[in-house]
Design a protein around this ligand. Structure first.
Ligand SMILES: NC(=O)C1=CN([C@@H]2O[C@H](COP(=O)(O)OP(=O)(O)OC[C@H]3O[C@@H](n4cnc5c(N)ncnc54)[C@H](O)[C@@H]3O)[C@@H](O)[C@H]2O)C=CC1
Ligand SMILES: N[C@@H](CC=O)C(=O)O
Length: 817
């Protein structure tokens, strides 16, 4: 005997019932089939509403009832061929008349007992099964309509009747032994008391009916046909990459079902579990999909966990106080009080100090729980033996579920670190010694982010999604976007990383697209669809999206944007930037940013602040972390100045070569920052600070070589005009260098606590002499490199190299966890 159960959505309409028919008729004809059916989708709720209205004396119940009637009549008309319709319609009308009479009785006496309620609700399944059985019944498939009231025996606990298995099981066997038809339709959910009154089996009742039948008849498998393709790894409404679990054990399924994955109701599993009968969950609307098999021992899926579950709308009650310590009766009284108030406790945690006990309950039960606890502990509260009860709302429980976690080190460690890195605070933790479930309570607003980050950490096949929020899409920003576009496929396929630019902005416009901005036409998209740029709004939207693995990228040279980093880091969002302003504010502010990043488990990376894409800061960090000490730094740190002096000569005007450096993208957005030496000052300051030393900008001696009136020019254009006027000053520099056989370099140096920057005329033997083009060079003399300094050399300016340095910082964060 095969048992298949079809839920409310599977039988919600004539069209869906036709799909159910195709599922059943495709089965082998050698075996008998029982199709357990629920009420047509939505009907049970309508019957509940209808009876409540009738009991309240509200004549509107008739409208609800009319809709119920109409839906069944329409289903008959759409499903049953015209010549057979009157017979089915007759049966349906008889049932509907009976239903109408009962509802009228309720309306007249203004009373609805649970017994009458069960009677009313039973019509949902009785009507659906009558129609479906007639629809299936044709020449090849003669169909029998079973009546569970003849074999499903319960107590008289109406609405949640308990099945009497001793009576029920033998009755099922003898009832079905006499059925000759190959196909049997059986209404789920309903049963009868020993006295013969209609009862119902409570929530998930049709699944339960099917499970009892499968167990009593020793079916090889129980099939539950529903509207999803099995038990999912997480709630698919919150985690778009969730997928159906192929195999899961009974225990794991019960854990997952308990915590929100409502594909199957836990008590359903009991009857088949005892007989070791697998449950196969299948999708009526995608019948070719594999679905989920629930059985005794399930195969592993390569992951430490089978799934993630979540329950929202949770409140926490926290009881604490010195009067609780060592008092054995305390928790007994607490749970007795809650139980008497009919409050279901979802989660319990108690610290071993016994000083606090914390229970998680449905937020709807807060008032009655508070009352019950305050009543129970009136004396202790009055005597201050326990503190006033703390209640926290707007919470959710999320749980890792899976038998494979047992005895595996680091599962909870991974969970906590993933949540921590995403700035998600854990309010309470529970793990039983079975190690099948690790539950944590978090704020409800963080559930989506938490589930998604955990899902991508635990399911290895999944891509790790990195969400980028980018301000500044000029020279460097645009080059970065091009590189991200080119590498997208490679990173996705080879490194399982899905980099998405979720937001981008320039000084005029900002654009947010949660699914990721298409980088093919980002410029048009930003111009046409972007809203006016507003820094506060940018932050607000980034915060509201609350996406996992977020990185804020500042590709501007703007102080206002740099001033946002602290706020961003405090949201546990990492910051990557080529903008040197934040790291060259006061030493305390620089330290504060580093501490904030540490505190909020975010990264603050700025490799491109010195030497563009050259690995200068990372190399220095490695030296310092491994215990080396910087004794001396000598460096050419300005790509633009090196380019200018390498290309300037008697036949070239200084102003023209500065303009060229700007066009090539080597200068700062404001070239005065380079020409004044400020940019180099910032860079050497960052290197000194990264060496672990306290230094302020004003402590660095800088020699200017640009005439003062150039620097005082009020605009960049006027600055260029002034440079042109001072050509002779610059030609003198070239003449001097040529005369001495030297080259001009703008050099930064640090040693013995002193730092300076300025023009140097270097001779041929000097390592800086042959520094070509826009290159930078840094010589680190350290305790470990005392004679021959450690040398880093290469292109030190330009959009492409800078973008690649920013990209490398992004990848450091993406690969960090
Ligand atoms: N060019 C190079 O070789 C290197 C540049 N850098 C740094 O990269 C950064 C960017 O340089 P470039 O791309 O050359 O500059 P850019 O002037 O070409 O681009 C700056 C971008 O920032 C945007 N922006 C400026 N202020 C803004 C604000 N308040 N709100 C929103 N957007 C704003 C602009 O609209 C533009 O999109 C600078 O901090 C620079 O120091 C670092 C290393 C090397
Ligand atoms: N303008 C800088 C490049 C960025 O740091 C330079 O010329 O080196």
């Amino acid at each position: 005997m095969q048992v298949l159960k079809f839920g409310g959505t599977s039988v919600a309409s004539a069209k869906n019932i036709t799909l159910v028919k195709s599922v059943i008729f495709e089965k082998s004809s050698s075996d008998q089939i029982i199709a357990v059916v629920s009420a047509l989708g939505g009907i049970t709720t309508q019957l509940v509403n209808c009876s409540a209205m009738a009991a309240a004396g509200n004549a509107e119940y008739l409208k609800e009832l009319a809709q119920v009637e109409q839906k069944h009549i329409k289903t008959v008309q759409e499903l049953i061929p015209l010549k057979k319709q009157s017979k089915t319609m007759g049966k349906v009308k008889v049932l509907l008349n009976e239903l109408e009479d009962i509802c009228r009785g309720v309306y007249l006496i203004h009373e609805l007992t649970t017994k009458t309620s069960d009677k009313i609700l039973s019509f949902g399944e009785r009507l659906s099964s009558t129609i479906i059985a007639d629809f299936f019944n044709d020449m090849d498939h003669s169909t029998f309509l079973a009546d569970p009231r003849d074999f499903m025996v319960t107590d008289s606990n109406y609405s949640h009747a308990e099945v009497d298995f001793e009576k029920t099981n033998p009755r099922i066997v003898s009832y079905f032994k006499d059925v000759k038809e190959k196909l049997i339709v059986c209404p789920g959910f309903i049963a009868a008391s020993v006295e013969g009154e209609i009862t119902t089996l409570g929530r998930g009742g049709s699944d339960y009916t099917a499970s009892i039948l499968a167990a009593a008849l020793n079916s090889p498998e129980l099939e539950i046909w529903t509207d999803v393709s099995g038990m999912m790894t997480a709630d698919p409404r919150l985690v778009s990459s969730a997928y159906a679990i192929r195999e899961i054990s009974y225990e794991e399924a019960m854990e997952l079902s308990h915590f929100g994955a409502k594909v199957i109701y836990p008590p359903t599993i009991q009857p088949v579990l005892k007989k070791n009968i697998p449950i196969h969950i299948k999708n009526t609307f995608k019948k070719d999909e594999a679905g989920t098999v629930i059985k005794q021992a399930s195969a592993t899926n390569g992951s430490l966990i089978k799934g993630l579950s979540s329950i929202q709308n949770i409140a926490l009650f926290n009881l604490s106080g010195s009067g609780m310590v060592g008092i054995p009766n305390f928790s007994h009284r607490l749970f007795r009080a809650l139980s008497a108030a009919k409050v279901n406790v979802v989660m319990i945690t108690q610290a071993s100090s016994e000083h606090t006990i914390c229970v998680g309950i449905d937020a709807g039960d807060v008032k009655k729980s508070q009352l019950a606890i305050e009543n129970e502990f009136t004396y202790e509260l009055a005597m201050h033996k326990i503190d006033p009860i703390q209640i926290e709302k707007d919470l959710a429980i999320i749980a890792l579920v899976g038998s494979n976690m047992k005895e595996k080190v680091g599962v909870s460690g991974t969970m906590f670190s993933v949540l921590g890195q995403n700035g998600i605070n854990i309010k309470a933790i529970a793990q039983g010694s079975s190690e099948k479930n690790i539950s944590v309570v978090i704020y409800e607003r963080e559930v989506k982010k938490a589930l998604n980050s955990l899902h991508e950490s635990f399911f290895l096949s999944e891509k790790r999604r990195i969400n980028l929020f980018m301000i500044g899409v000029g020279n460097v920003g645009a080059a970065l976007i091009e590189q991200l576009k080119k590498q997208k496929q490679y990173l996705s396929q080879q490194h399982h990383i899905d980099l998405r630019v979720v937001a981008m902005a320039n000084s005029k416009k900002m654009l947010f697209q949660e699914g990721g901005i298409n980088l093919k036409n980002w410029k048009e998209n930003l111009t046409e669809n972007g809203e006016a740029m507003n820094v506060e709004d940018f932050l607000q939207q980034m915060e509201t999206l609350n996406l996992r693995n977020s990185i804020f990228i500042d590709n501007t040279a703007n102080a206002d944007i740099a001033s946002l980093y602290k706020k961003v880091l405090q949201k546990s969002i990492s910051v990557v930037t080529p903008n040197k302003i934040a790291c060259t504010n006061s030493y305390q502010e620089y330290l504060d940013l580093k501490r904030t990043a540490l505190q909020y488990k975010a990264k603050f990376l700025f490799e491109t602040n010195v030497g563009a894409g050259l690995p200068v800061i990372n190399t220095l960090n490695d030296l310092i972390k491994s215990g080396d000490e910087v004794l001396k730094i000598e460096a050419v740190l300005s790509g633009s100045l090196n380019f200018i002096f390498n290309n300037f000569g008697p036949d070239v005007k200084f102003v023209d070569i500065v303009r060229q450096a700007q066009v090539e993208g080597y200068t700062e957005p404001d070239p005065r920052i380079d020409l004044s030496g400020v940019d180099v000052k910032r860079k050497i300051l960052i290197l000194i600070r990264e060496s672990g030393l306290d230094m302020e900008t004003d402590n660095i001696t800088a020699q200017a070589f640009i005439p003062e009136d150039c620097m005082n020019a009020p605009s960049i254009d006027q600055f260029f005009d002034k440079l042109g006027e001072h050509e002779e000053v610059f030609q003198q520099l070239v003449k001097k260098a040529e005369k001495e056989g030297k080259k001009i370099k703008y050099v930064a140096s640090f040693g013995k606590g002193k730092a300076e920057t300025g023009l140097r005329f270097v001779e041929e033997s000097h390592p800086f002499y042959n520094l070509e083009g826009k290159d930078n060079i840094v010589l680190f003399t350290t305790k470990r490199y005392p004679e021959q300094p450690l040398v880093i050399k290469g292109a030190g300016a330009g959009a492409e190299v800078t973008a690649s340095g920013i990209f490398a910082d992004i990848m450091r964060i993406a690969n960090a966890n």
